[in-house]
Design a protein around this ligand. Sequence first.
Ligand SMILES: [Cu+2]
Length: 152
Amino acid sequence: MRPHRRDTAYLMMLLLLGLFGCGEPSENNNNNPQRDLSLTQTTEDGVFTLQYGEFTDQEGKTYTSIPMNEYFTFILTIKPKDSTKTLKAPTITAEMPDHGHGMNTKPVIEDLGDGKYRVKGMLFHMPGWWKLSIKDFSGDGVEREVAFNVEL
Ligand SMILES: [Cu+2]
């Protein structure tokens, strides 16, 4: 009888964590209209313009926008203003600033040449505000970072 009751208490705890933990839907519905959701961003110094899009699933089927809790692939294009600037494969991360966590997956980046990269293995597992960060992509040793906002 006793271990049984402990199991029940444990289950209740899990249930409460699920209800009040990260991801309670009502707290994610207040989308910020001020947030810049554009798919193109320029680095602060104006040297690089980055664009992302062409969302697909693992089989290459098109998504009109980033899906929630589904693996997706996107194409990132990095264009230097000055053609002498060289590029290298960027570091790509994504986080939910309101929740203090990132993705549970690690993206895989494929260099398609000419400043294009295919980024696979992305998974935004929760609704809310995501910040997609692209950094460390220039060959000149200057650290630059560009962030794209996503509302799911
Ligand atoms: Cu979250």
